[in-house]
Design a protein around this ligand. Structure first.
Ligand code: DC
Length: 220
């Protein structure tokens, strides 16, 4: 069984995808981690992030593993656990180089398909999972929420973790990231054909997961 979940940052995708995978007893594939992992690795190696060919070469050779864990997934690069390191604000911002490069995307799409083949049954989340990477998926979802709600969620999350967070700055960065994700020519953020669209603005994570589980139950 292959289930794809696409949508913008802050739509509740990550938590809902993980929970759905657990409730269905299948694996979880976090494709954002591949874009983050390559950006992190490039920074570590001092690669020129504007050199697409160099980035693609790095993506071809990266030893990146996604290992299932209780809290979702551990991300290993050459055996080193970078799960936390790839989620800093700096790396989030630098993913524009990896996610924005058609060359890098073509390498990472193949890597994601390879991981998918190894997993067999899985829930995968990203921006292009139903449209490009797994177009034959059994069930496709597109999760959405207003930019203001997404910025509020992110601000609350950071503040709960004891990190300084400015709502206006976060809202602006969400709007900028949406614009880049939607505008790129290869693998843009789109609602895939046949996707079930869920607006999570007024839902909590459990409601989102239950709504998706109901659809999967009806369709499979
Ligand atoms: O979902 P995330 O925030 O971990 O994603 C990190 C970056 O990678 C973000 O800029 C969007 C991009 N991305 C993408 O372009 N395609 C995907 N399938 C997954 C993520």
């Amino acid at each position: 069984m292959v289930i794809t979940i696409d949508g913008p940052a802050g739509s509740g995708k990550s938590t809902a995808s993980r929970k759905l995978a657990v409730s269905l007893g299948v694996a979880y594939l976090d494709t954002g981690a591949t874009y983050r992992g390559v950006a992190y690795h490039a920074l570590e190696l001092g690669a020129d992030l504007e050199d697409e060919e160099a980035l693609a070469e790095l993506a071809r050779n990266i030893d990146l593993q996604l290992v299932p864990a209780d809290d979702g997934v551990r991300v290993l690069i050459s055996g080193q656990d970078v799960s936390t390191a790839i989620r800093t604000r700096q790396i989030t911002s630098l993913t524009r180089y990896t996610a924005g490069s058609a060359l890098v995307r073509s390498v990472l799409v193949e890597l994601q398909r390879k991981i998918g083949r190894e997993l067999g049954s899985f829930v995968t989340e990203g921006r292009d999972q139903g449209s490009v990477v797994f177009p034959d998926a059994d069930v496709k979802f597109y999760l959405d929420a207003s930019p203001e709600i997404r910025a509020r969620r992110r601000t609350d999350e950071l503040q709960a973790a004891g990190t300084n967070a400015d709502y206006d700055q976060i809202l602006q960065s969400i709007i900028d990231r949406d614009r880049r994700d939607i505008a790129r020519k290869i693998g843009p953020l789109v609602k895939p054909d046949q996707a079930v669209v869920i607006d999570t603005s007024d839902m909590d994570i459990n409601q989102v997961t239950e709504a998706m589980a109901r659809v999967v139950g009806e369709r499979t």
